[in-house]
Design a protein around this ligand. Structure first.
Ligand code: NIG
Ligand code: FE
Length: 402
């Protein structure tokens, strides 16, 4: 049976010019003003199929089949949310309430979501995931990574990854989120499961392997064993590192050439040096510090040391129940020492770097035509106008979908 795709939702091979862009973020310095954002004023973009084929000064734009007027608005690459936990059921309103009355955040709350997720049907998980993706898309996320980690049995972890893999290529196996409550008395046996039967069942659906390296979750030796087993199965590591306390996570991430060390809230000088001398991106997740009333990560210290920084939502029901990258940009600028330019770079090109991707997160010839038209004359408004829905158009793979 042939399916008919509505023309409005299919990438055509005709070329489309978007012109009258007041400020265009390309993330290619040499295309623009030589800043990391590669900013071009009075710019135009040409899209053909699912790709960008030209970006530059609008007065030099080539002839195209179609022509659209951005009306003096800003255009930025679609956001790359390189860290989320979207396959789960239920929420943790009571825990949030308790925290806002003074209780502190611990890894233990994860068990509540594990119980709700195990009890949910596939359909329920699918409906929830689709709902959060819809939220994220309307706030400008055109690529997202998401993880398992609320199943913690062979079947429930594989199920989460199977459901996620229908929506994104950036799927992460996080069987090592916490020690499963079923193995509370025998964490060593749980690590054996995570690196054995569970890994075998999950690896076919995943690109990445992650571990929560933290007090109350997994220590450095356990994390090394888990990530090394994943690598042997062809998964590439990323690490939840140094979120709640100083720990071995960041240096382990660099040692194993993880694509990203995520959270990076409690860092020593040695952690910063390791990141500065390795390829591992530091992914900052300000939604988590906001929602747990925790100390902010110091983005300035990382940037000044030359570390590549990504910004993501960490969307999950426990520590950061936001799907909004613009909100995270605003927090990073207000509270983590980032400039608006740096925050926008980190939420686009930075996220792409954290996923080791060079086809997204920038608007240069050959890149995927994932772009946002903002209801604002400049990308700076993403931080300057916090909480205001500025994403007015979302284009993904050359097709306008919002
Ligand atoms: O990234 N840190 C571990 N995992 C999540 C929190 C998960 C939860 O509390 O449900 C995080 O913050
Ligand atoms: Fe997380």
């Amino acid at each position: 049976n042939a399916t008919t795709v509505s023309p409005a939702h299919s990438a055509s091979t005709a070329s489309t010019l978007i012109t009258n862009i007041a400020a265009l973020v390309t993330n290619n310095p040499s295309l623009g003003d030589n800043s990391p954002l590669g900013l071009i004023q009075d710019a135009a973009v040409v899209i053909e199929g699912d790709r960008v084929v030209w970006t530059g000064d609008q007065s030099k734009a080539p002839a195209t089949d179609n022509r659209l007027d951005a009306g003096g608005r800003a255009v930025v690459p679609g956001f790359v949310d390189s860290h989320s936990h979207l396959v789960f059921a239920g929420d943790r309103t009571a825990e949030f309430n308790a925290r806002m009355s003074g209780r502190s955040y611990t890894a233990g709350g994860i068990r509540t979501t594990v119980a709700a997720t195990r009890a949910a049907s596939d359909e329920e998980l699918e409906v929830n995931l689709t709902r959060y993706l819809h939220e994220a898309l309307h706030q400008g996320t055109t690529t997202f990574e998401t993880k398992s980690g609320y199943g913690l049995t062979v079947e429930d972890e594989a199920r989460a990854l199977r459901i996620a893999s229908a929506h994104t290529d950036e799927v992460t196996y996080l069987g090592a989120h916490i020690v499963s409550p079923d193995y509370a008395d025998d964490p060593t046996a749980y690590v054996a499961l995570v690196t054995g039967e569970m890994l075998d069942a999950c690896a076919p659906y995943a690109r990445w392997i992650d571990v929560f390296c933290e007090k109350g979750a997994f220590d450095g030796d356990q994390a090394r064993a888990i990530l090394t087993a994943g690598k042997a199965k062809g998964l590439h590591p990323r690490v939840h590192a140094n979120q709640l306390t100083h720990g071995p996570g960041v240096q382990l991430a660099v040692e194993l050439d993880a694509a990203s060390a995520d959270h990076c809230t409690h860092l020593t000088d040695a952690d910063i040096d390791a990141l500065a001398n390795g390829r591992t991106v530091a992914t900052l997740l300000p939604g988590a510090e906001f929602s747990t009333r925790a100390q902010w990560p110091n983005a300035r210290r990382l940037l000044d040391a030359g570390v590549t920084v990504a910004l993501s939502t960490d969307c999950n029901p426990g520590s950061s129940f936001t799907s909004s990258v613009p909100f995270c940009i605003a927090l990073a600028v207000r509270d983590m020492g980032m400039t608006p330019d740096e925050a926008v770079w980190s939420a686009t090109a930075g996220g792409a770097a954290a996923l080791r991707r060079d086809d997204i997160g920038r608007l240069t010839p050959g890149a995927r035509a994932d772009l946002l038209v903002l209801d604002a004359p400049s990308h700076v408004h993403l931080a300057y106008r916090p909480g205001v829905p500025l994403v007015s158009e979302v284009w993904r793979r050359g097709v306008r979908i919002v």
